[in-house]
Design a protein around this ligand. Structure first.
Ligand code: GDP
Ligand code: GDP
Length: 439
C-alpha cells in the first residue's frame, strides 16, 4: 500500500489542475455516468522520490444538495479517512473566503497532517494571500501556480516532510543487521543453539568501533544472506569461547539484552516447559516492545511430543495473552534438527514487527470493528471513536482518536488489539494502543 494524499479545498481553487500537475500528465479517471455519484479521481504519482496514491476531491462538491459546505465536508471526510496527508488548496487571487476558513477549522480537527497550498500565485499575486493564509492555522503556506508549474519543488519538499516514515527494512541501508537476543534460563541450550546457528565458517567477528577494546560482536549471515547480530550485553570477550560467555548469562543479562534487541529468541528446555522464569522473560520482552519467537529445544529428548505442545499452548494462552500467536519452533540444538526453521520464523516476526499499516487500510478495518461491536458507554455517556492512525512500527503502535476515547474499558481495548493482530496477521508481536480524547 502506498501513502495516500488527498487534495481538498472549495470549488475552483485549482484542485484538478494541481492534481494533474502532480501526476505529471492529464489523466482523469472520472466516472461521468449521469445519475451516478462521480467517483473521485485517483492516480499514482511520484512525489519527492516516493510513489504515492493521489486522490482528488474536485467535482464531488458540485452536486451540493443543501449547502456547499455540508456537501464538501461529507465528501472530504470520506476521502480523508483514507489519507496519510491532506493537501489543502486556497486561491491566492480571490483571497480567503468564509468557506476556506470554515473548511480549515474543520480540517484542523481531523488529525491528519496538512500541507497548505496557496495556488494561482504566478505574476503579481502571491505575497498578500500567502500572508493571509497563515491565519488558517495550518502552518506555512506553499505558494504555487498549478497552471504554470511554479513552486512545485517547494511543494514536493513540504510533502516529503509529512510522508509516513518508511519501514526501516526498506531503507537504503539494507545491510543493517537484525539484532537478535537469545534468552532463557541457564542450561536451556542457548550456547548450543548459537553454535548450531553459526557454523564456524559463517561467523563474522571483528572489533567494533565504540565498544570496549576486548569486546567483539558476534555477527553472521543467515541462509538468505541477511546480516544478523547477536545482542549480548554481558559482553563476549575476545579470548573467551562463546559457550563460556553464554554459560554465565544470567537473568539480568537476558533483561539487558532485551533492551538492545529487535527480536528475542526465548529458548525453552522442552523437558521443563514454560515456567514462571520463562513467562517473566517473555513478559519483559513484551514490555520492552520486542518480537518474540520460542525455540522449543531438546525436542530430541521429548517422548510425548503432542502432549508437550498441547501443554505449552495452554500455558501460552492462559498466561501470555499479550503475545497471542507467538511462534513456537520445536528443535534440537544438539542434533541440528529443526534449527533451520528458526531464522525464517525470526525474520517473519521481524517483518511483522516492522510493519506499518497505511491509514486508509487501517481505518477500513477500524470501521468494521466499530460496526461489529460499538464501543460501550462510559459513566452513562457514549464513547465516540472516530479515527485511527499508526504513527509508528517497531513495535506496531495504533493511536485511536475519539470523544472520551481515553475512558475506553480494558476489554474493549483488548478487542481492538486482538482484532488488529488478527486482521493484519501479527502473531507474537507486542501491539501498542494509545487513546486520544478529542472534543
Ligand atoms: P477545482 O474546482 O478546485 O478542481 O479547480 P480547477 O482545477 O478546475 O481550476 C479552477 C480554475 O482555476 C480553472 O479555470 C483553472 O484553469 C484555474 N487555475 C487553476 N490553477 C491555476 C493557477 O495556478 N493560476 C491561474 N491563474 N489559474 C488557475
Ligand atoms: P545454556 O546454559 O542455555 O547456554 O545451555 P547449553 O547450550 O550449555 O546446554 C545445556 C545442556 O543442555 C548441555 O548439556 C547441552 O548438551 C544440552 N543440550 C543443549 N541442546 C540440547 C538438545 O537439543 N537436546 C538435548 N538432549 N540436550 C541439549
Amino acid at each position: 500500500m502506498l501513502p495516500t494524499l488527498v487534495i481538498l479545498g472549495r470549488p475552483n481553487v485549482g484542485k484538478s489542475t494541481l492534481f494533474n500537475r502532480l501526476v505529471g500528465r492529464k489523466i482523469a479517471i472520472v466516472d461521468d455516468t449521469p445519475g451516478v455519484t462521480r467517483d473521485r479521481k485517483e492516480a499514482e504519482a511520484r512525489i519527492a522520490g516516493r510513489d504515492v496514491r493521489l486522490l482528488d476531491t474536485a467535482g464531488l462538491e458540485e452536486a451540493a444538495p443543501e449547502t456547499i459546505q455540508g456537501r464538501m465536508r461529507a465528501s472530504s471526510e470520506a476521502a480523508l479517512r483514507e489519507a496519510d496527508l491532506a493537501i489543502f488548496v486556497i486561491d491566492a487571487r480571490t483571497g480567503l473566503t468564509p468557506a476556506d476558513r470554515a473548511f480549515a477549522t474543520w480540517l484542523r480537527r481531523q488529525h491528519v497532517p496538512v500541507v497548505l497550498v496557496a495556488n494561482k500565485t504566478e505574476g503579481r499575486f502571491g505575497g498578500q494571500a500567502a500572508f493571509e493564509a497563515y491565519e488558517l492555522g495550518l502552518g506555512d503556506p506553499v505558494a504555487v501556480s498549478a497552471e504554470h508549474g511554479d513552486g512545485m519543488g517547494e511543494l514536493h519538499d513540504a510533502i516529503r516532510e509529512h510522508l509516513p516514515e518508511r519501514p526501516e527494512a526498506e531503507e537504503e541501508d539494507a545491510d543493517r543487521p537484525l539484532r537478535l537476543a537469545i534468552i532463557g534460563r541457564p542450561n536451556a541450550g542457548k550456547s548450543t543453539l548459537l553454535n548450531a546457528l553459526l557454523g564456524e565458517e559463517r561467523m563474522i567477528t571483528g572489533p567494533e568501533p565504540g565498544l570496549t577494546r576486548d569486546s567483539v560482536a558476534v555477527q553472521w549471515r543467515d541462509e538468505t544472506g541477511a546480516l544478523v547480530r547477536l545482542v549480548d550485553t554481558a559482553g563476549l570477550r575476545k579470548k573467551a569461547r562463546i559457550e563460556k560467555a553464554l554459560e554465565k548469562m544470567s537473568a539480568a543479562a537476558s533483561i539487558a539484552a532485551l533492551k538492545e534487541c529487535e527480536v528475542a529468541v526465548l529458548v525453552l528446555d522442552a523437558l521443563l516447559g514454560m515456567e514462571e522464569q520463562e513467562l517473566r522473560l517473555a513478559r519483559l520482552a513484551e514490555r520492552e516492545g520486542r518480537a518474540v519467537v520460542i525455540a522449543l529445544n531438546k525436542w530430541d529428548a521429548v517422548e510425548d511430543r503432542p502432549g508437550t505442545l498441547r501443554h505449552l499452548n495452554d500455558v501460552l494462552t492462559a498466561s501470555l495473552a499479550q503475545l497471542r500467536g507467538i511462534p513456537v519452533v520445536p528443535l534440537s540444538a544438539q542434533t541440528g534438527r529443526g534449527v533451520e526453521k528458526l531464522m525464517p520464523a525470526v525474520r517473519e516476526a521481524y517483518a511483522h514487527w516492522n510493519r506499518r499499516i497505511p491509514t486508509g487500510e487501517l481505518n477500513r478495518w477500524f470501521e468494521a470493528m466499530l460496526t461489529r461491536h460499538p464501543p460501550p458507554l462510559a459513566e452513562g455517556r457514549r464513547i465516540k471513536l472516530r479515527y485511527a492512525t499508526m504513527p509508528k512500527a517497531r513495535p506496531p503502535t495504533v493511536v485511536v482518536f475519539g470523544t472520551r476515547a481515553e475512558q475506553l474499558p480494558e476489554d474493549y481495548r483488548r478487542y481492538l488489539v486482538n482484532g488488529f493482530r488478527e486482521a493484519f496477521a501479527m502473531p507474537g508481536v507486542p501491539i501498542r494502543l494509545q487513546l486520544r480524547g478529542t472534543t
